[in-house]
Design a protein around this ligand. Structure first.
Ligand code: MN
Length: 339
């Protein structure tokens, strides 16, 4: 019996220069809600920090061994959050290019094992649009990664239009990955360390996606695809109420369709770091497994747990195959192996 192909879609790597630049920015006194986490990581202050740093910086060694050990066929790789988004614009633009060149070389050496999402510098929107075009048309990348807000700015703001124009024209999806809440939102999260993956990442990214949904972006770009991790960052659970309140509220842009329509047609979600069977079955019922992809969130979360979850969760086999590989093949343009 042949095993179902497994494509993991939110898998992080880092470059040494990215980590050095993030450390420099923090040492220079620039503080945001992501800084405590990256200070802790940079100083290797826990076994978790040491392991994750080692595994982020490795792409072709230990990573491939772990993939082989647990039957993971492919990682769709992206530069770890916050990407280059905390750096000065000029540095960010050039580092994004170098990071994409490096990733393209890795994929060229292992075309069956890796696909790639392009890093961009949203703080320089026109350069970001050019890099999207270069990454997709010249480097063969499968999409774009943006790590939530950039210097507290959200992607529905007019300045970011060139990014969506480029992605929409090329038909390439944009994965919106979490980072810690923007400075206007962060304060109440700090007391109990809630600004990271336990709640703050999801709250920040959920807000970000809701802003896109109500902004009219998807009337302007009806074929645009946005990907959200972590089972949709809470939004699936809220869709009914979002529709109801949008219908009954005022002071927001008029939309051609309902929030649920946009979420079903313009969004795809992944299971990264969320292994609750009930939540997955709910999302399959609400969105369909053709809108759901599997992810590990390597190296922040463990590969065996992610494989075991989707391999054993009680769902229809056709849904399992969609989530393990078919949706990713369609959304990212990855060639099927067993048609
Ligand atoms: Mn992640």
């Amino acid at each position: 019996m042949t095993r179902t192909r497994r494509i993991a879609t939110e898998e992080a790597f880092a470059t040494a220069e990215q980590m050095q630049a993030i450390e420099r920015v923090i040492a220079g006194g620039q503080r945001d809600a992501d800084s405590p986490f990256w200070s802790m990581m940079a100083r290797g202050q826990s076994p978790f920090a040491q392991r994750v740093m080692r595994q982020l910086l490795d792409v072709e060694g230990e990573r491939l061994e772990i993939m082989d050990a647990y039957g993971v066929d492919m990682h769709v790789l992206s530069l770890t959050s916050p990407g280059v988004q905390t750096l000065p614009a000029d540095d960010a633009v050039s580092m994004a290019r170098r990071s994409n060149d490096l990733l393209a070389a890795v994929i060229e050496r292992h075309p069956a094992r890796f696909a790639g999402l392009a890093t961009i510098a949203p703080q320089a929107p026109k350069d970001a649009a050019r890099e999207i075009e270069r990454a997709v048309t010249q480097l063969g990348f499968n999409g774009v990664m943006i790590n939530a807000h950039t210097n507290d700015a959200y992607l529905d703001e007019e300045q970011f239009l060139p990014i969506f124009e480029a992605a929409s024209a090329l038909g390439t999806p944009i994965y919106i990955h979490p980072r810690a809440p923007s400075s206007g939102m962060a304060q109440p999260y700090l007391k109990y360390g809630l600004e990271t993956a336990i709640w703050g990442y999801g709250a920040e990214t959920g807000l970000h996606a809701v802003r896109l949904l109500v902004s009219g972006l998807f009337d302007r770009f009806p074929t645009l695809k946005i990907i959200l991790g972590h089972m949709g960052e809470g939004i699936p659970f809220w869709l009914w109420r979002l529709d109801y309140m949008h219908r009954h509220g005022s002071g927001r842009p008029a939309l051609e369709r309902t929030i649920t329509d946009y979420f079903r047609d313009n969004f795809v979600i992944t299971t990264s770091g969320m292994h609750g069977p009930e939540a997955l079955r709910f999302c399959i019922e609400l969105l369909g497994s053709t809108n759901i992809m599997w992810a590990i969130d390597y190296p922040y979360q463990e590969t065996p747990g992610a494989v075991d979850f989707l391999q054993t969760v009680e769902i229809a086999e056709a849904d399992r195959a969609n989530i393990f590989h078919r949706t990713a093949e369609r959304v990212f343009g990855i060639a099927p192996v067993n048609p």
